[in-house]
Design a protein around this ligand. Structure first.
Ligand code: GLN
Length: 542
């Protein structure tokens, strides 16, 4: 490869390889400053974003201000003694990324859409407040499918994001920017949202950890809404413990979101067991393996890795039994009624008056409204608005929306039965495939929708789901999904932690994403250029 810029030397670049726990230990010992840590990550992100397009906005100034504040807090805690230092939240001074649908006061918030270009958030989201309170350093906002509709980040109005494992492939979606940024060592942890799989599926495709919490675990105040009864905010990290720490910081009741539940957030999230204790914890745990999750069209390499992971859990003492979740096959059809129905209502607010740019001459409100929405929304968003409006229309409400809600109840009852039978969690694949090539599924929305066959039912039932890396197929990451009853995040994370511990020596754990070096090569095409090439090639063979 030509013209690779030498990675900036040594120590600073090495800081980007560390996780939340390791960085926190260095910060508390005073061996590095939060400012140094922020700069190391910012510089890497700024340098590599042309080739990755994981970030829509990087805010160097705000990040360095927050890092300076974290350094002051750390210095003060150090002066007050070891107790004060130990009481600092593990995210103090740690860089994080936010999906670009999280409000940060005064900052941009596009939700990946042209219709929000230039819009500035008037207030902080609940989770932004929480992250500021614990002293996390927000580096910027990450790329996403427009209004979180998609499974590849190709529906972003600001160009697609590449997968650090193969730059000609998608990172998954809709939180693909956050997942790619974590996988490429631009931040140790990031926030995504998951309506039908948008945290777990990109985590799986990028080889990192992603958690979709129980519906109601994290306040959605200040988050751009897609489908309000399904949306949940959750963390990405390169390790289970790092994801747990980020969940701890953002979870909990908030009066401004009436669906956020008054359920306590366990402090054990901050102290997941180390390798020895983690594996012991597995002995005798009853786990269910749903046969319907090995869906038609699943890649054999994905199925093989998931079955190997199940065998490894079993060898470590877990008791695994096959179960049936008979309504799984209706998950996709019912989700694609419920989610678009809610989206069509939520997106009615983008009228060119209250948010973002208004197109037109201002003389005819209806004409301006049509033009603003016609040019502001992309094709996938319009498809969803039409689907949802149709499903909610007087003549079709009973046939579609009401029916889908009834199916939703059946899907939830399937899960309830498994947990009532004494299973602590369900183990399953996260995504039926590894990362697919840019452009491969854009012409066929239903093929794209199938990416989420194994994740959607979890949102329909409001349950927590965790995806952890479980090896590679054809050189690309595969994810193992762990699903639990409501509020069982701690159990899922302990389970994920245990799986990490029993596979700690697996050779694939030592691999870095294969295309990292190309991110520093100025000759590397941008993801948008790659997508244009893929489209041209497809058109030529059509
Ligand atoms: N891919 C699914 C969709 O397009 C889920 C997206 C999400 O979880 N936000 O609706």
């Amino acid at each position: 490869m030509s013209g690779i810029r030498p990675a900036p030397s040594g120590a600073d670049e090495e800081l980007t390889r560390l996780g939340v726990g390791e960085l926190g230990a260095l910060l508390r010992r005073g061996e590095v400053t939060a400012t140094q840590v922020a700069l190391a990550h910012l510089e890497r992100a700024e340098r590599q974003n042309r080739a990755l397009n994981a970030w829509l906005h990087l805010d160097r100034e705000a990040a360095l201000t927050a890092a300076g504040e974290a350094d002051r807090r750390l210095a003060e805690a150090r002066r007050s003694g070891s107790e004060a230092l130990a009481a600092c939240h593990p995210l103090l001074g740690i860089p994080v990324g936010l999906k670009d649908l999280v409000s940060v006061r005064g900052g941009p918030c596009t939700a990946g859409s042209r219709i929000l270009a230039g819009y500035r958030a008037p207030y902080d989201a609940h989770i932004t407040e929480r992250l500021r309170a614990v002293g996390a350093v927000i580096l910027g906002k990450t790329n996403m499918d427009e209004f979180a509709m998609g499974s590849s980040t190709e529906h972003s109005a600001y160009g697609p994001t590449a997968n650090p494992w193969a730059l000609d492939r998608v990172p998954g979606g809709s939180s693909g920017g956050s997942a790619a940024a974590v996988a490429a060592y631009h931040v140790p942890a990031a926030i995504g949202t998951d309506t039908g799989g948008s945290i777990r599926q990109p985590a799986s495709l990028c080889g990192i950890v992603g958690l979709k919490p129980t519906y109601g675990r994290v306040s959605r105040y200040g988050i751009v809404a897609f489908a309000s009864s399904l949306d949940q905010i959750g963390p990405f990290g390169r390790s289970v413990a790092d994801a747990a720490v980020l969940l701890h910081a953002v979870a909990g009741r908030d009066e401004r979101d009436s669906t956020s539940a008054p359920v306590s957030v366990p402090d054990e999230l901050l102290a997941l067991p180390d390798d020895g204790g983690a594996a012991d914890w597995l002995r005798g745990r009853r786990l269910a393996l749903p046969r319907e999750y090995f869906v038609p069209g699943m890649e054999p390499g994905v199925e093989a890795r998931v079955r190997e992971a199940v065998a490894a859990l079993e060898a470590a003492g877990a008791v695994i039994e096959e179960v049936s979740l008979p309504h799984t096959e209706y998950g996709l059809a019912s989700y694609y009624i419920v989610a678009p129905a809610e989206a069509s209502a939520n997106l009615a607010r983008y009228d060119g008056v209250r948010f973002g740019p208004r197109l037109g001459d201002g003389r005819d409100y209806v004409a301006d409204y049509k033009r603003t929405r016609g040019e502001g929304f992309g094709a996938e968003v319009k498809r969803r608005i039409m689907l949802g409006t149709y499903a909610l229309s007087a003549g079709y409400y009973d046939a579609y929306y009401l029916k889908a809600q009834k199916v939703r109840t059946l899907i939830k009852a399937d899960f309830d039965r498994v947990f009532a039978a004494g299973f602590e969690a369900i183990v399953a694949p996260t995504s039926p495939t590894v990362a697919f090539p840019l452009g491969a599924k854009l012409a066929d929305p239903v093929a794209m929708y199938l990416s989420d066959a194994c994740t959607l039912p979890v949102n329909m039932a409001g349950l927590p789901g965790l995806s952890v890396p479980c090896g590679l197929s054809e050189g690309l990451p595969v994810g193992l999904q762990l699903i639990g009853p409501p509020w069982s995040e701690l159990t899922l994370l302990r389970l994920g932690r245990a799986y990490e511990a029993i596979t700690a020596d697996a050779p694939w754990r030592r691999l870095e994403p294969s295309d990292l070096a190309a991110l520093d090569d100025p000759a590397t095409p941008t993801p948008a250029e790659r997508l244009a090439l893929a489209r041209a090639a497809a058109a030529a063979t059509a």
